[in-house]
Design a protein around this ligand. Structure first.
Ligand code: NAD
Length: 438
């Protein structure tokens, strides 16, 4: 199968329609998955550990006889960290340190201390910020292991001050991944259970004899995990339902085309539905990247997935200038945006919608995925128009503070009586009215 990437130009009369087609992505709700997930969740809610043990045996081929055997003791995570090859341990520690430092800055800047102020009547108003009591971190593990997911989901929760961080990770055939456990040891995770899929989400939402219920569940996963998170939302909070991963590269035409081709691959290799788009004002440059793609693709072990992803969802867009490139980027609202150009900050100033913005030729998205510091859990499917990367703020909540002075009760009381009377809510009007001085 040869790779065939769609080529678009903003000068084409039907460009907008073509772009809409490129971006079109209908997440199919699979009824058979929904049915399985609904049954698993109901069973876990009603039968607790017994159901979790049964589904873990059935879907992950892990047979244990008690819930307690599903828990990995903290000492095993510490031992996993200690037993890593030194260069791997140092890399993991370096990544964890950078992610932690970034999120500590984020905590300072997102108003974690709340605020209060006093008005002219002596009434004080404010906002109190409280970390969540407990969160569940879903770490996927069906087909591959994701230690970076542990860092990116658990560290912001830990920095926010969440006291109980419960991690669940499936271990098919009982195979535990050392790097994942080591990452848990570095991230402030308090308990780890070898459970995955809808049964893990159900256990975290409803609680079982062994697995505690939590207040919010975060972390990526397959279609069963996503469907389960959707269903338990309301009983617990959730972070988001992530769609396929996306990268948009804007290049002024002067970056080595091999670098850009590999950046497009780095997204396409995730799965066939992942989306990689390149925009440039230099048509000849787009051809050079196309040539690099054809040259490098045969060297890639995941070339089949990359080929399908680039051919079905990839695109190259020729624009008139960099300003137009930025306008289109705002329309696409990509999860990852690389600005591979001179003076990238200038162009970043024109960007309003993107999950993470990578500035300059040396900033490959891969660095952000693992170790730059900012979170790699990002809004997909154009949701960057209204949402943000996972962060410390996702593990905090806010309460309003109102302390009305005697004088304030007169001023506010008159307003409230008037409005409550207008709404026909007598108790409201009288409650405020009783505090008015005669
Ligand atoms: P997973 O942990 O999400 O799913 C494994 C679980 O699925 C099993 O434990 C099992 O309970 C359940 N399951 C599998 N087949 C089932 C069936 N027939 N019936 C009922 N339940 C079944 O692991 P995975 O499958 O490897 O998927 C991981 C996903 O997470 C991938 O799609 C990957 O792309 C995604 N991911 C996303 C990010 C991100 O940041 N967006 C990061 C890492 C992984």
């Amino acid at each position: 199968m040869t790779v065939q990437i769609r080529k678009l130009s903003t000068t084409q009369p039907d460009f907008q329609k073509q772009l809409t087609n490129v971006l079109a992505f209908e997440e199919k709700e699979d009824e058979s998955i929904n049915t399985v997930v609904a049954n698993v969740l109901a069973d876990v809610k009603n039968n607790g550990d017994k159901a979790v043990l049964e589904y873990t045996r059935r879907f992950d081929r892990l047979s244990v006889s008690t819930g307690a055997e599903l828990e990995i003791p903290e000492a095993e995570c510490e031992a996993a960290l200690a037993s890593l090859a030194p260069e791997r341990r140092l890399a993991l520690q370096a990544a964890a340190n950078r992610v932690r430092k970034y999120h500590e800055r984020q905590k300072l800047s997102c108003g974690s201390d709340g605020f209060t102020f006093t008005d002219e009547d002596g009434t004080s108003l404010g906002q109190k910020v409280t970390p969540l009591d407990s969160v569940g971190i879903y770490v996927p593990g069906g087909k591959a292991a994701y230690p970076s997911s542990v860092l990116m989901n658990a560290i912001p929760a830990n920095v926010a001050g969440v006291s109980e961080i419960v991690m669940v990770v499936p271990t098919p055939d009982g195979a535990r991944n050392e790097l994942v456990l080591a990452a848990a040891a570095l991230s402030g995770v308090t308990r780890v259970f070898t459970v995955g899929g809808a049964q893990a989400v159900g256990a975290l939402a409803y609680g079982t004899e062994t697995i505690p219920s939590v207040d919010k569940i975060v972390g990526p996963g397959n279609a069963y995990v996503a469907a389960a998170k959707r269903r338990v939302f309301g009983t617990v909070g959730i972070d988001m339902i992530a769609g396929p991963s996306e990268i948009l590269v804007i290049c002024d035409g002067t970056t080595d085309p091999d670098w850009v081709a590999m950046d497009l691959f780095s997204q396409a290799e995730h799965d066939e539905m992942a989306q990689s788009i390149l925009i440039s004002p230099d048509a000849a440059y787009l051809d050079r990247v196309d040539a690099s793609i054809r040259k490098l693709l045969p060297t890639m072990s995941r070339r089949e997935i990359i080929t399908k992803s680039l051919s079905s969802r990839g695109a190259m867009i020729h624009v008139q200038n960099m300003e137009e490139a930025c306008e289109i980027a705002n329309r696409i609202a990509p999860e990852h945006l690389e600005i591979s150009a001179e003076n990238p900050q200038h162009w970043a100033n024109l960007i309003r919608h993107a999950g993470s913005i990578f500035l300059g030729r040396f900033t490959s998205e891969a660095l952000g995925d693992y170790c730059a510091g900012p979170n790699h859990v990002l809004p997909t499917s154009r949701t960057a128009r209204f949402s943000s990367p996972l962060g410390v703020y996702d593990f905090q909540k806010r309460s309003s503070l109102i302390c009305v002075s005697e004088k304030g009760a007169q001023t506010l009381g008159e307003i409230a009586v008037e409005l409550a009377t207008g709404e026909g809510l007598e108790a409201h009007a009288r409650s405020a009215g009783l505090r008015l001085q005669k």
